[in-house]
Design a protein around this ligand. Structure first.
Ligand SMILES: [Zn+2]
Length: 70
């Protein structure tokens, strides 16, 4: 078992209105709130999880947006 406390961040995607949860360590979450860049605070998250934290947009909607551009 991981002894570090996990923290669930729920974000509602503004495009599809689905809720997405990202699990981070509590200490990292507070570091992020204090201004640490997402990539440095949550090095273990994948790109789509980071995007949810930054913009609230889920990977499905990102893919759709790129399809519209191309
Ligand atoms: Zn979405």
């Amino acid at each position: 078992m991981d002894f570090k406390e996990k923290f669930e961040i729920s974000v509602l995607c503004p495009i599809c209105h689905k809720e997405h949860s990202v699990y981070v360590e509590k200490d990292d979450y507070y570091r992020w709130l204090r201004g640490t860049h997402v990539q440095n605070a949550f090095s273990y998250l994948n790109a789509s999880e980071r995007e949810i934290l930054i913009s609230g947009t889920c990977s499905e909607c990102w893919d759709n947006m790129f399809k519209e551009v191309v």
